[in-house]
Write a protein that binds this ligand. Structure first.
Ligand code: ARG
Length: 279
């Protein structure tokens, strides 16, 4: 395993300690709240009434979320509407902070710049915490885990990560799949696409032999496209978190507090369970 991935794993472990509950995934069976309730606090929430009170400094604010809405089930479009786990979590956070949410859809690899230039207040896009990104932005506590997986055509001779040597790999530009594949298999073997879905189309058309992408979008793409399968191997395990401008500790703390409350009251689990059905 490459050093970058070991670092990512280490980081994942550290973040899990920071927010134990967030790393338990969605396998929690205590939830009874109807998922159609959207992002509202559950009726049975036992948090004190004032926990929803807007923080003075952010009251009425429009929080701009930078994302790349081509990444189901985290962010995608249903018609003109933005939906997904990140969209609902961001909406719940904005409400907790007494504001509203505005979604700014962009290329994935523009999000960190947009955050740093203040074009958006935060970036939430199934974004993995990495050492390199930590040099550019600050990350909140992790709210979900992701796994880089490999999609191939059914019957492909690629059965393991080793079989990827010398094969053509499709990735989404600027993602960890892109970074790791380039590191491990060589730039000349990696083709970058603007969207994960375009890499999958390239795989179907035979332009690439495999696609490396996060597990949940992988499942969504494989479900939509016949003849594809996900290898039973985990390329990298990662933590997703929200990116804020480096040094903006006020917002970082506010979001972390909101995330904590939304974790404790079951909202985060409920949102995740709405989009990711237990297998
Ligand atoms: N987890 C990967 C990364 O952070 C991929 C995220 C892609 N997200 C998206 N909305 N397209 O690099």
């Amino acid at each position: 395993m490459k050093f970058t991935k070991i670092l990512a794993l280490l980081l994942a472990a550290i973040m899990c300690f920071g927010m134990l509950t967030a790393c338990g995934g969605s396998g929690d069976d205590k939830k009874t709240t109807d998922s159609t309730e959207g992002t509202k606090a559950p009726a049975d929430s036992n948090s004190p009434a004032d926990s929803d009170a807007p923080a003075d400094n952010t009251s009425g604010k429009v929080f701009k979320m930078g994302t790349n809405a081509a990444f189901p089930p985290y962010e995608y479009k249903e018609g003109e509407k933005f939906v997904g786990i990140d969209v609902e979590i961001a909406d719940a956070i904005a409400k907790k902070l007494g504001g509203t949410l505005e979604i700014v859809d962009m290329e994935f690899d523009s999000i960190i710049t947009a955050v740093n230039q203040g074009e958006v207040d935060f970036g939430i896009a199934g974004m993995t915490v990495t050492e390199d990104r930590l040099l550019e932005v600050d990350f909140t506590s992790s709210y979900a885990t992701g796994v880089q997986v490999v999609i191939v055509k059914e019957g492909s001779d690629i059965k393991s990560l080793d079989d990827l040597e010398g094969k053509k790999i499709g990735v989404q530009l600027g993602t960890t799949g892109d970074i790791y594949a380039t590191d491990d298999y060589g730039k000349e073997f990696v083709t970058q696409y603007g969207k994960g879905a375009d890499a999958v189309i390239a795989l179907k058309g035979g332009d690439v032999d495999a696609v490396i992408i996060d597990n949940e979008p992988a499942k969504a793409f494989v479900a939509e496209n016949e003849g594809l399968t996900i290898l039973d191997t985990e390329y990298a395990v990662e933590d997703y978190a929200i990116a804020v401008k480096k040094g903006n500790t006020d917002l970082l703390d506010d979001i972390n507090e909101a995330l904590e409350e939304l974790t404790v009251d079951g909202t985060i689990d409920r949102i995740i369970a709405k989009y990711i059905k237990a297998e």
